[in-house]
Design a protein around this ligand. Structure first.
Ligand SMILES: [Zn+2]
Length: 166
């Protein structure tokens, strides 16, 4: 979060959402809403908690409350944008587009929330790498290239490993 630039916004395009595949869903949103995050929309809490949990399972300790990440679900209004992260000095703010949220599956909600936390918390930029099947290799793909998002149970672990640099 200690960026030299005072203010940066990064967004993920909704484009990539439309080509996603959704399977069974057992491992998605598995956290019970046990932790309450101040200044974060309650609908995002379980995803924030899963982010911390996935980090912990990879030996990385992340406390989103301590980091004072805020998050809202509201209309972004910019065509095709599902989420954004504003970060800089004294701000780390996730915005998820309301119309995207209302239509998205649990797994794609997780994908977009993790993408934004990748910017806001892990300080990652976009990574456009396509594997031989034409799939985006990273959760940090911007959605502006033509790689296909395939975030299903069999690929989720690997993509989260990549997200956390494991
Ligand atoms: Zn992004």
């Amino acid at each position: 979060m200690k960026r030299t630039l005072a203010f940066l916004t990064s967004s993920i395009m909704l484009l990539l959402i439309s080509c996603s595949t959704d399977f069974g869903d057992r491992s998605f949103g598995s956290s019970q809403a046990g932790i309450s995050y101040p200044n974060v929309d309650p609908q995002l809490h379980e995803y924030f908690q899963d982010f911390e949990k996935e980090a912990m399972q990879r030996g990385i300790s992340i406390d989103l409350i301590e980091l004072e990440i805020s998050g809202v679900i509201e209309n972004i209004g910019e065509e095709g944008v599902a989420g954004s992260c504003q970060f800089g000095n004294h701000i780390a703010h996730v915005t998820i587009d309301k119309s995207f949220w209302n239509l998205a599956s649990t797994s794609i909600k997780e994908y977009v929330v993790f993408h934004e936390l990748g910017h806001c918390v892990l300080e990652r930029g976009h990574l456009e790498v396509t594997n031989s099947d034409g799939e985006c290799q990273s959760i940090m793909a911007s959605g502006t290239t033509d790689c296909i998002v395939n975030y299903n149970n069999s690929r989720r672990d690997r993509m989260i490993d990549e997200l956390f640099g494991v």
